[in-house]
Design a protein. Structure first.
Length: 112
């Protein structure tokens, strides 16, 4: 069965171990986590302004291919707001990690 792509939207300051935890939770909920901040930062030099711009461009391209955006963390940064606005313009589902878990709980308990 194919799983939907879920874009992980988190602050740029989020530690990789926390991003991995977010990805794991999304995976456990039945989605394919897409996390440019975790994956693409491994091969791009973020101290290079051009490559940092490339990271943002790559992230938006990946987001455009996802079914939903999952906001992770307590604070919403400027970059996160840009990603949320981008997702809303494309009519993607925007939710929080807690909201996604709640949806899963509700669907597990639904009577067919």
């Amino acid at each position: 069965m194919e799983k939907a792509f879920a874009y992980i939207c988190a602050s740029a300051e989020t530690a990789p171990r926390i991003l991995k935890r977010y990805c794991r939770k999304v995976y456990e909920l039945g989605y394919v986590p897409i996390c440019p901040a975790l994956n693409d930062a491994q091969y791009l030099v973020l101290s290079n302004a051009d490559e940092l711009r490339d990271l943002h461009s790559i992230a938006l391209q990946k987001l455009a291919r996802c079914r939903m955006l999952v906001v992770c963390g307590r604070e919403v940064s400027h970059d996160m707001s840009v990603e949320i606005g981008f997702a809303e313009k494309r009519h993607l589902i925007c939710t929080t990690l807690e909201g996604l878990a709640k949806i899963q709980e509700d669907s597990d308990g639904a009577v067919d």
